[in-house]
Design a protein. Structure first.
Length: 189
């Protein structure tokens, strides 16, 4: 594992700095052009569902199956088809121009309960810490997604690269609220 990822190896949590150094996020110019994928995959393991899911060929895993995914941002239109395909839940789509004050972050969600469109959730960072309140803009949950819903949250623009998960429910603003949800989800499978 590269030196820059030693902290990740210890904690299991990527920092924004590690991602930016690894060029895993679109640059500011590309973000302003429209929705774009953010792939936070740093493990060199045999995996390529993201590349197979992309109808535009924007995501590639080369030269070998254990290579990290690369994104050609000139081809990516932020369609979100790759989001639910990643078994590591490491793919997100960001629409920085969702509104004047909000960015939209689209992410995978395998837990129950599912959020409801228009509902409010507590947006979390990569370590599971609360970042802000977020509004649920869209929930795609079809049989084709194989129990991995694709959820879009509206968040203040300054948090576009921090929000990577969320908590649902009445206790969404309190510590530990997600534990019961995860346990219930495991029992239902």
């Amino acid at each position: 594992m590269p030196e820059r990822l030693k902290r990740f190896q210890r904690t299991g949590v990527l920092s924004e700095r590690e991602l930016l150094k690894g060029r895993q996020v679109p640059d500011a110019k590309r973000l302003k052009q429209g929705p774009a994928v953010v792939i936070e995959c740093v493990e060199e393991i045999p995996c390529n569902p993201c590349a197979g899911a992309c109808p535009r060929g924007a995501v590639t895993v080369a030269p070998s199956l254990v290579s990290l995914p690369k994104v050609d941002y000139a081809k990516c239109n932020g369609c979100t088809l790759c989001v639910a395909r990643c078994p590591g839940l490491a793919i997100f789509v960001v629409d920085y121009n969702h509104s004047e004050s909000e960015a939209a972050v689209t992410l995978p969600w395998e837990m129950l309960p599912r959020p409801e469109k228009g509902g409010r959730v507590t947006a979390l960072d990569r370590a599971g810490r609360p970042v802000c309140r977020a509004r649920v803009v869209r929930v795609l949950d079809t049989k084709a997604l194989d129990r991995c819903a694709v959820v879009t949250l509206a968040v203040p623009k300054r948090f576009w690269n921090r929000v990577r998960s969320f908590r649902v429910g009445k206790a969404a603003g309190t510590a530990g609220a997600g534990r019961k949800t995860r346990t219930a989800d495991r029992r239902s499978r």
